[in-house]
Design a protein around this ligand. Structure first.
Ligand SMILES: C[S@@+](CC[C@H](N)C(=O)[O-])C[C@H]1O[C@@H](n2cnc3c(N)ncnc32)[C@H](O)[C@@H]1O
Length: 235
């Protein structure tokens, strides 16, 4: 199947702002979304308690930054998203929650230049599965690594595949059962159809190996359930 273009992805998210503005209902299709968000933000605080700067990649309506600010207040926040509608909402919500600066950048992370040695924390929630080729993944991971301060952390919560076909089948069956239990067969099919059209997830192992390759001194696995996980690297 021909996968969605960047323009198609942007247009879809332009129309999803309200859903992603509510942490309670926005992420029902994501298993353990709240656990992952809590773990990632607690980990960022544990790694960089003195953090001053955060980059929220694929920020949506700003849920990840808002949760981070509840743990480390008054961060200077840089919010990146393809969708200007998402950024407008994120800017409004995040500005009300920090005394730090809030900067928004609209665009595709592949095309955005980032300052070197600048961010103490980078969060990427449910966004990296939109990257396609190995070259995209490598370039983006290298760029994010370079933009971190020494000891800074890059934390991911995302949809994943498994490297072994049998294990991959198993975890996606688990996810199908989860969706069936939460919304029935039609809902399950709808979610699987848009994943098929829009997403190209990689395994956690692939991403942890790539973190080591681009220079991260250590990596951490925080959570894994079926085809979802939370993990990251420390510079
Ligand atoms: C599933 S939403 C998650 C939003 C937010 N992180 C959350 O968890 O509430 C993914 C977001 O990533 C953005 N996005 C997708 N691909 C992107 C890219 N290549 N560069 C920047 N943002 C991207 C989309 O516009 C969308 O707002």
């Amino acid at each position: 199947m021909k996968k969605s273009t960047v323009t198609e992805i942007r247009e879809r998210f332009d129309n999803e702002v309200e859903r992603f503005s509510n942490l309670e209902t926005g992420q029902v299709a994501t298993m353990d979304a709240k656990i992952a968000l809590e773990l990632i933000t607690c980990t960022a605080r544990a790694v960089k308690p003195e953090a001053k700067t955060i980059l929220d990649l694929g920020c949506g309506a700003g849920n990840y930054t808002l949760k981070m600010l509840s743990k480390v207040p008054d961060l200077n926040c840089t919010l990146i998203d393809l969708s200007q509608n998402m950024l407008d909402k994120a800017q409004e919500r995040v500005s009300a929650a920090t005394n730090g600066k809030v900067e928004t950048i609209q665009g595709d992370i592949r095309d955005i230049e980032l300052p070197k040695n600048h961010f103490d924390i980078i969060l990427a929630g449910a966004v990296l599965h939109h990257l396609r080729e190995d070259s995209d993944w490598e370039m983006v991971f290298q760029k994010l690594y370079d933009s971190l301060t020494p000891g800074g952390c890059f934390l991911i919560s995302d949809l994943l595949i498994q490297d072994h076909p049998g294990v991959n089948q198993l975890v996606w069956k688990m996810y199908a059962n989860y969706l069936n239990d939460h919304g029935g067969g039609e809902y399950q099919q709808k979610v699987f159809d848009y994943i098929e059209k829009e997403d190209t997830p990689r395994s956690m192992t692939y991403q942890l190996d790539l973190m080591k390759k681009v220079g991260f001194s250590s990596t951490e696995i925080l959570h894994k359930n079926a085809c979802f996980g939370a993990f990251g690297g420390i510079k």
